[in-house]
Design a protein around this ligand. Sequence first.
Ligand SMILES: Nc1ncnc2c1ncn2[C@@H]1O[C@H](COP(=O)(O)OP(=O)(O)OP(=O)(O)O)[C@@H](O)[C@H]1O
Length: 360
Amino acid sequence: MSTTITIKNLTKRFGDVVAVNNVSLTIEAGTFLTLLGPSGCGKTTLLRCIAGLEDPNEGEIYIGDKLVYSSIKGISLQPGARDLGLVFQNYALWPHMTVYKNITFALEMQKLTKAQMDERVHEALKEVQMDGYENRYPREMSGGQQQRIALARMLAYRPKVFLMDEPLSNLDARLRMDMRTELKRLHHISGATTIYVTHDQVEALTMSTNIAVMKLGVVQQLDTPDRVYHFPANLFVADFIGNPKVNLLDGTVSGQNQVKVGDFALDVETFNARGKMVVAVRPEDIAVLTEPELNAVEFTAYSVLPAGADSTIVAQRGDVEVTVKVMGISKIKMDQKIWLKFDPTSLNLYDKESGNLVTG
Ligand SMILES: Nc1ncnc2c1ncn2[C@@H]1O[C@H](COP(=O)(O)OP(=O)(O)OP(=O)(O)O)[C@@H](O)[C@H]1O
């Protein structure tokens, strides 16, 4: 059983700062929605408003059918009255309680038997690879282990909605990867509506069913990870998502479905747009050739950076610099002549002035 969350025209100000600016979102039951964006874009504030930890200035929030916040109707339910299950804003464990007690403390309200609690604790600890730690105190564990216990506490509670704010930020890279796997399993198994805050695009892309990319309190795009990656709604989203970063090439429409970039032209659907444009192309969507070919543009390999599974090549032609990502260890040498082939279907066109994706 999971819950739909509906947010209508929500605004939260701190003095002159508009942390959340007229945000409307429908988060369908069972969605794993990630709020993604740079520091200060309002993700945490939006999550806290949903949780009832922050009082917005305007708008409405529904959790399921329940109106939990309405500025006009003067409704603002306490966090405990929002049917959220449990809100995880503060991951700190209670220092004077053992792991077992930390996990079962919140379960006591659910009136489970001792055997049921034992089973929940056991399952949750196994899930985060911490079984056997029941009798430890937080001070007897590393920061990463404490965070995993906090996650186990959340799993054991089995809420209808998960609210999580950067839960993996203190973990090392390896453990973060493992926990992504587990969190995704957790969502898969529980089907609980999940709202997850992060500034880490890989976390967002790997775990979410939907991503809301935010900037200055405004949702720039709400879409599937696939669409956010392949069809960013504007230059901000295009630039924020992807590593290495997307190539953003300044150009001008020079004909039907043609944009001039530097001294060469790229074939790209222009949808009758005119004037100054930015052509966006992902580094992995460019083919590198060592011989000339029709429609391939000559460049020089400025730098070649092999990284095991793939290599990054930074190529130059005049003032135009393009980053290309190829599979495996590249044999290309620095300063070698190469020919880049751009696939017209993988190029996106943005209006230079508005920064918006040009579509039909
Ligand atoms: N309690 C507060 N008092 C005053 N300003 C605040 C408060 N909380 C947040 N802000 C401001 O609101 C804006 C949004 O902050 P918020 O913490 O929601 O951003 P965020 O996207 O979660 O950033 P981060 O990734 O750094 O946590 C920022 O400009 C921040 O300085």
